[in-house]
Design a protein around this ligand. Sequence first.
Ligand code: CU
Length: 278
Amino acid sequence: MDFLKVFDMLAWFPENISTFGGDLDALFAIIYYISVGIFFLTFGILGFFLVKYRYRPDRRGYNYHGNNIVELTWTILPTILFAAIGLYSDEIWERTKYSKRVPKADLEILVMGKTFGWMFLYPGADGKFGRNAHNDRSARSLITLDNPFGIDSNDVYGKDDFFVENQFKVPVNANIVMRGSSVDVLHSFFLPNMRVKQDVVPGTWMNIWFNSFKPGHYEIACAELCGTGHGGMRGQYDVLSKTDFDKWSDSKNAEMLAAQTPAPMASAEPAVADSTKK
Ligand SMILES: [Cu+2]
């Protein structure tokens, strides 16, 4: 029976690394098996009837004017089935998608889609974003291609906010809350292993959250056909141990500091050189 595994499309799923991924996969499996069951049932009956009522010279067709019991059955049964799936899936849907159910963030990151790539903004050393297009609507006017997050360069909290492109890093076992938007067209932020897929829409911000239990190197994709470069709109992300993540963010913070340090402060050089070494 091993050959049957080829048909088990659930085995095609990428490895789950998300705390809520198991529940989503279970929901997917239930819908999958119900669909497979109904598929074989309907096509089995269809095949049976094709043979049983095949053409025979001595048999005449007859007119059929409907059957209320059959029609009620095929209306009521699917209604019950869909309502049951809806009710069953409601909890996991709310938990993963409802804005009011987004957990307290251990780390907040802004994500911005553009044709064709992903940009990520981190709050930097102070753990606090400066004024930008997410926390202040009026800062949207600051959005340009060079400043996709509409960062207000005059805000002191924003001085250390750093951004990375087509890659990001997050710590393991932490609630990561992302606020996603787009600078141009609709994109869909897709982390297959994290069981995260969320459309991002220009002019508004979507809440995205996840928590991973497994360090590793994974793929980012776009799941919304957004133009000619859609297929290349990919990136990678790392789930790191707390120590490795701190090391990385410290080096990023040092880079930001170095970029802002006026040239005469030559004494700061060894420290900067050290922290950017890795
Ligand atoms: Cu896209």
